[in-house]
Write a protein that binds this ligand. Structure first.
Ligand SMILES: *Cc1c(COP(=O)(O)O)cnc(C)c1O
Length: 433
């Protein structure tokens, strides 16, 4: 058969087909999975194609271990699914659905869980684009958004109405590391839900990007949905964007359907780098970065140019005791993460902001181990000035009210030797008298 084919067709055509359809490409024998990069998949027969389409969106009815029928990358392909299995494992959840970016995942959460007339309650301090999504887009679809201070459970109790469908927050929050008592929120919502029918249940969704699954697993604290920007700590090396929702199995199909139709699909090559490099090195990176962040926090908290340091591992931090309860690594150790937020002194917020800007510019020009850049959870230490950068779309008076200090600096500690980070920081801080 093969020989006959070889003669029947020209080399021009063989160069397109080659030996692609042999049994040779057997994933089970790869120590590292190959990069799967195929937008479309052979269906063998119309029947198998029809089966594939009927199974898409109905995978919850398939027996475990059933081989998927891949059709088209936007519906699903192997690299994403290997990553999804491992992410579900890392968060100790049932299943996971990946997206092109963290924002792709966050918009899918609200898109799936709400409809016109519903209401979302969220913590007042949020990642800037999440804030923008909720402020600029959902009101257009007649979906209400209430921003409250969720560090006080009473505020949540007073805000819930019959229309509430989603309670959403980050803990620690971006950028200032406020910590919300996850168990207290989920216990309260459970109590409310016990008096509601299936249709009007409230779901709790947590953006766990700052903590990472290494430091905190919200599903084990009663949360329904966990979101990550894979661009950050999980990807880890700053080479690829991605997002994920970890959720109960019964939600997998609806998120896959949403992803297929809205199109924020994670590229297979990005899925590959996250599964091969990012997730595998996450515990090792975080262990080192937690130690370094502790040292940097200690240095900053004793520095005369610094007004305060928010770091979950610092005993003087307002939320330290709560952090000790819920930020726990896989072995049960306290795992306060690699993110810091600190204030630069000034006689008023304006001077603090100006000093912050001066220090940022000094770092950008002179520091070897600290890079002025947005993003976080990178092997390199990154700093940014939220008041004038990531959170600049939030008006100044709202910034202050929401705890975003104009003089606040956000730092993501990387893998450098912490003494070198402190050397650079010390030099930069010395420029303001
Ligand atoms: C970066 C970030 C996001 C958005 O992720 P992208 O991958 O940039 O879309 C969402 N939440 C938090 C907390 C983030 O830091």
């Amino acid at each position: 058969m093969k020989d006959k084919k070889d003669k029947k067709y020209t080399m021009e055509t063989h160069l397109i087909y080659g030996r692609a359809f042999t049994e040779k490409w057997d994933y089970n024998h790869h120590v590292v999975p190959p990069i799967s990069s195929s937008t479309t998949f052979r269906l063998d027969s119309v029947e198998r194609g029809a089966k594939g389409f009927s199974e898409f969106g109905n995978t919850c009815f398939l027996p475990d271990g059933e081989k998927p029928i891949y059709i088209y990358d936007r519906l699903g392909e192997p690299n994403k699914e290997i990553l999804e299995e491992n992410l579900a494992l890392a968060e100790m959840g049932e299943t996971a659905v990946t997206f092109a970016t963290g924002m792709g995942a966050i918009s899918a959460i609200f898109g799936v869980l709400t409809q016109s007339g519903d209401e979302i309650i969220c913590h007042k301090t949020l990642y800037g684009c999440t804030f923008s999504l909720l402020n600029n887009w959902y009101p257009r679809y007649n979906i209400g958004v209430k921003k409250i201070d969720m560090t006080n459970l009473e505020n949540l109790k007073n805000s819930i109405t019959d229309k509430t469908r989603v309670v959403y927050f980050e803990s620690p929050s971006n950028p200032n590391l406020e910590i919300i008592d996850i168990t207290a929120v989920t216990n309260f919502v459970k109590e409310v839900n016990s008096k509601r029918d299936e249709k009007s249940q409230i779901k709790v969704a947590v953006d766990n990007t700052f903590a990472t699954p290494f430091c905190q697993r919200p599903i084990s604290l009663g949360v329904d949905f966990v979101i990550h920007s894979l661009t950050k700590n999980i990807g880890g090396f700053g080479t690829d964007m991605g997002g994920v929702i970890i959720c109960p199995k019964k939600y997998r199909d609806v998120f896959m359907l949403y992803r297929k139709d809205f199109g924020a699909v994670l590229g297979s090559k990005s899925a590959w780098t996250i599964v091969v490099y990012g997730l595998t090195s996450l515990p090792l990176r975080l262990q080192k970065e937690i130690k370094s962040a502790g040292k940097v926090a200690e240095f900053l908290s004793n520095h005369p140019a610094i007004s305060y340091v928010n770091y979950p591992g610092l005993p003087s931090f307002k939320f330290h005791e709560l952090a000790k309860k819920q930020m726990i690594d896989y072995e049960g150790n306290f795992a306060p993460g690699n993110m810091l937020y600190f204030g630069i002194k000034g006689k008023d917020p304006e001077e603090g902001k100006a000093n912050g800007k001066k220090i940022m510019d000094f770092i950008a020009e002179n520091s070897y181990t600290i890079t002025l850049a947005v993003s976080l959870g990178h092997i390199r230490t990154l700093v940014e000035h939220p008041g004038s950068m990531t959170h600049s779309m939030i008006p100044a008076e709202e910034q202050l009210r929401d705890g975003i200090d104009p003089a606040g600096i956000r730092m993501s500690v990387g893998l450098e030797n912490p003494d070198d980070i402190i050397t650079d920081l010390s030099e930069a801080l010395s420029i303001i008298g």
